[in-house]
Design a protein around this ligand. Structure first.
Ligand SMILES: Nc1nc2c(ncn2[C@@H]2O[C@H](COP(=O)(O)OP(=O)(O)O)[C@@H](O)[C@H]2O)c(=O)[nH]1
Ligand SMILES: [Mg+2]
Length: 287
């Protein structure tokens, strides 16, 4: 398990600590669950449906297909009633809404930087992540090949050791249509396969409170049954224990590969367009 800490880890200066709002107001021992996935996959909706109805603040879901400005937001609540033999019942629960890659306005590397910044301060404050819920919308503009590459980046953020705490959840079933078992089988045998082999779990999520609460209970019961309640993610270990710069971490390198791929694809399209629509020659251009 990669959740050993470097005893020589640097500590924040008092002014840095004051300025840093990460997990502000949380206590050591809180159970932290991160929700990840592409923009408009339903992360904020899920958190809103997991929180009590009178919770304040609550995340605001976006209008469909209009992703909001990326940021990391934390929401806390009392531990719901679960069947966990007293291991985590009295702790508080923190749900973390994270930004997805492929946002129209913000560069992917800035999204990774945002996640890294949050993870670094959580590490310094001794907050460990208990579980990760990754959402995958079955409709709504997500390109599966591209998302597969982003998921490779996220896997480097989590690390193989943490994968058993990852729940892969499909959303937007009620508008996806098609045979549900077939859609799941595609994912199970396709780009989710390597994660399922590392004991990630897979579930369907519907757009209502009951489904969100059921998922939350399953995740918490799983956390309570494990040897470690929380763990240090691979990216936290690389950045803080090994002091590696973000762009040289496994996640940073994987994202650079993805960006290069995107670039060469753009270049290829540009070259094709150039062949069919050659730029005007300099004398025509100067007219
Ligand atoms: N039909 C359907 N719509 C959903 C589902 N989850 C989220 N939405 C809608 O999709 C839009 C984006 O959801 P949001 O939670 O803001 O996505 P986020 O960007 O991942 O936080 C909102 O209009 C939600 O109401 C779902 O499971 N089914
Ligand atoms: Mg959101």
């Amino acid at each position: 398990m990669s959740n050993s800490r470097n005893p020589h880890q640097p500590t924040d200066s008092p002014s840095q600590k004051r300025a840093d709002k990460t997990l502000f107001g949380s206590k050591e021992g809180d159970i932290v669950i991160a929700v990840m996935g592409p923009p408009c996959s339903g992360k904020s909706t899920l958190i809103k449906n997991m929180l009590p109805e009178d919770a304040d603040p609550k995340p605001k879901p976006n209008p469909r297909f209009a992703p909001s400005k990326p940021s990391i937001q934390e929401y806390s609540m009392k531990m719901p009633d679960i069947n966990a033999d007293g291991r985590i019942e009295n702790r508080r629960l923190v749900l973390v809404d994270t930004p997805g890659f492929n946002n129209a306005d913000v560069h992917d590397f800035d999204i990774l930087q945002m996640m890294a910044g949050w993870l670094k301060s959580a590490y310094h404050k001794d907050f460990e992540i208990s579980a990760i819920i990754y959402l995958f919308p079955l409709v709504a503009g997500v390109n599966p090949q591209k998302e597969e590459r982003y998921l490779r980046v996220l896997r480097k953020v989590w690390g193989d050791d943490s994968t058993e705490r990852v729940v892969l959840a499909t959303t937007q079933w009620e508008i996806a249509g098609g045979d549900q078992d077939d859609r799941e089988a595609e994912l199970r045998g396709g780009f989710w396969k390597p994660m399922l082999e590392l004991n990630a779990s897979m579930t369907r999520l519907y757009n209502d409170r009951e489904s969100a609460q059921g998922l939350l209970r399953n995740v918490l019961e799983n956390v309570a049954s494990q040897e470690f309640v929380g763990f240090v993610l691979a990216l936290q270990h690389e950045l803080e224990a090994k002091r590696i710069k973000l762009h040289k971490t496994d996640a940073g390198k994987e994202l650079r590969k993805e960006l290069k791929h995107g670039f060469s694809l753009r270049e290829a399209i540009f070259n094709i367009l150039k062949r069919f629509f050659p730029p005007p020659s300099s004398d025509t251009a100067s007219r």
